[in-house]
Design a binder for this molecule. Structure first.
Ligand SMILES: [Fe+2]
Length: 301
């Protein structure tokens, strides 16, 4: 029988995190990143010069952030807004049916609208009020250690540009739909925020092999995690929650849903492919947290 006894509002993610004061925070100027000005050819926007120009402009705002520490709002175009409206509208019903209760609660608390793209500045403010997490604009994918390490400073790196309009259901890289619809809501939940921070601590302590394991845990939980809830299986991973194709795929016969076993997950090489063939279902957040804590506490021993 499926047993999720944790409250949907407060999944038991509590871990021992040390407090971070403003003075202790590393400077944003030191943030490592990869040069991503050249989009790979398989990117739907790669052959659209207008899109590339726009994406480069929005990415430049992230560079500016590292100099000023101030988030610049983006004046999104009508076309960009319509991509958001399309995806958000499609996701709404799927979320009600298949998203985990903690995500639905978090989405409400964040207060984003299906009608317009939320600004990082306003979501940053909301996180400040709820859990003290912060958003830092970034122009694309950064390496695993850098991305995860920032979590230990209660900071999530977030892109601001939006996917190409020709394929609203797909993006080969993180974009504002993935961040704002998938990742950011969960950071309003204190237990999730602490869990993320704990993973960040792990990334700072891990050797290269452990980091690879931690990256896979991150992938199969925070990105593509499923959990037993309400006598059913629900999604809490951002990669699923921000994509209507993944939402439909995750619960279809095309996917093998395996029980989450940490020892197996850390050995499981994943792909960035469009649709995930294998997903892991956590029995409960509580067990997941315990397993991950045990793993991270083994680092350095
Ligand atoms: Fe992500």
């Amino acid at each position: 029988m499926l047993t999720d006894t944790t409250s949907p509002i407060e999944p038991a993610f509590e871990v021992q995190n040390f407090e971070v004061t403003k003075e202790e925070l590393p400077a944003f100027e030191d943030m490592p990143f990869e040069d991503i000005e050249e989009l790979p050819l398989e990117h739907p926007g790669a052959r659209d010069p207008e899109y590339r120009k726009r994406r480069d402009y929005i990415a430049s705002l992230a560079k500016k952030f590292r100099e000023t520490g101030e988030i610049t709002d983006v004046e999104y175009t009508k076309e960009e807004q319509s991509v958001w409206q399309h995806v958000a509208g499609e996701l709404e019903e799927l979320h009600q049916e298949k998203a985990s209760p903690s995500y639905l609660q978090a989405k409400k608390i964040l207060g984003i609208s299906n009608d317009r793209i939320p600004q990082l500045s306003e979501m940053n403010k909301r996180l400040g009020e709820t859990t003290g997490y912060r958003l830092a604009p970034i122009e694309g994918l950064v390496n695993t250690r850098a991305f995860l390490s920032w979590l230990s400073w209660r900071t999530m790196l977030s892109t601001q540009y939006i996917r190409h309009h020709s394929r609203p259901g797909y993006t080969p890289e993180p974009d504002i739909v993935h961040e704002a619809m998938g990742h950011i809501p969960m950071f309003t939940n204190p237990n999730f925020a602490d869990f993320s921070q704990f993973i960040g601590h792990g990334a700072r302590m891990a050797n290269d092999e452990q980091l690879e394991g931690l990256g896979r845990i991150y992938w199969f939980t925070i990105e593509f995690g499923l959990v037993e809830a309400e006598g059913d299986i629900k999604a809490y991973g951002a990669g699923i929650l921000s994509s209507f194709k993944e939402m439909k795929n995750a619960f279809s016969d095309n996917v093998e849903r395996r029980p989450f076993v940490l020892e197996e997950v850390i050995e499981h090489e994943y792909t960035y492919s469009d649709l995930q063939p294998i997903l892991y279902v956590a029995h409960s957040y509580k067990e997941l947290k315990e397993d991950v804590r045990r793993y991270i506490e083994s680092f350095g021993k």
